[in-house]
Design a protein around this ligand. Structure first.
Ligand SMILES: [Zn+2]
Length: 274
């Protein structure tokens, strides 16, 4: 009887230990997947983020792929981006809050962009960045795969006066599916970006950053235009006079494209009227 009682106690103890271990493991996993919300972001931020998706689709910078995000206005360790969806279809109800490990706060079963780590790791590395665009604009691809650097052709692209680095995923990760789909790859991309405004991704696309949503969107649009202009200028066959880094710096000092406020109002009105 005593033995039996002892063995029962042992069984119960072992069982409750197992149960508590499982509970701990489950709650740890849950905590890792579902960080606490930092609260609702400014409604204007959400409105501008929806507009950003639509504007970039209408401008041909994003197609069915690519994404934009914004850092949460009340929590530096949170950012907002859409669930996995074609950019032109994004509405406010599709926006999800993430932490800097790219874990969603409340995904409600919705699928996520596999390359959200691009955004998370850039926000972690760059306190000045408040918005990130990732796109696959065809005009940019040649400059990521050839030895010809992307350089500023005109005043609208002064923001690349300090150069555009190229991130080659193969150098650090060997043969991959080319996607920045985990934190390690995101970190390597953010390192390649350094303190610049954009980083080309070899055989893939680009990541563009800004201190506001309109700046990240404006830079993405004019980076695409600049790449097309550069290819055209090279095609002419003569010598090319690029913007001098000092000229570019003077333009940046006098206020980069007036923070894109004027075109932003136009782009947003057009994008939201459809
Ligand atoms: Zn991509």
């Amino acid at each position: 009887m005593v033995i039996s009682s002892n063995s029962m106690t042992k069984t119960i103890t072992r069982r409750s230990f197992l149960v508590s271990s499982v509970v701990t493991a489950v709650s740890t996993a849950f905590a890792a997947q579902a960080p606490a919300t930092a609260g609702a972001p400014d409604p204007k931020l959400m409105e501008d983020l929806v507009a950003a998706y639509r504007i970039l689709a209408q401008q041909g910078v994003l197609d069915g792929f690519g994404h934009v995000s914004a850092r949460h206005d009340r929590a530096a360790n949170r950012f907002i981006m859409s669930r996995s969806l074609a950019p032109e279809l994004v509405t406010a109800s599709d926006l999800i809050e993430f932490d800097l490990d790219a874990n969603p706060v409340d995904p409600r079963g919705r699928s996520l962009y596999s390359e959200r780590f691009i955004h998370a790791e850039i926000y972690r590395a760059r306190a000045d960045v408040k918005a990130v665009v990732h796109n696959h604009a065809p005009s940019l691809i040649p400059f990521g795969v050839s030895t010809v650097p992307l350089r500023p052709m005109y005043h609208m692209a002064a923001f690349i006066g300090n150069g555009v680095p190229v991130f080659d995923i193969r150098k650090s990760f060997g043969m991959t599916d080319m996607l920045v789909s985990d934190s390690r790859k995101g970190r390597a991309l953010a390192e390649a970006l350094g303190n610049k405004t954009a980083v080309l991704m070899r055989g893939h696309g680009v990541a563009v950053v800004g201190s506001t949503i309109p700046i990240a969107v404006g830079r993405s649009i004019y980076l695409d235009l600049n790449a097309r202009i550069e290819a055209q200028a090279i095609g002419l066959g003569g010598n090319i006079t690029y913007l001098d880094p000092q000229e570019a710096q003077k333009m940046m000092d006098s206020g980069e494209n007036r923070a894109y406020e004027r075109p932003w109002e136009l782009w947003k009105a057009k994008a939201m009227s459809k």
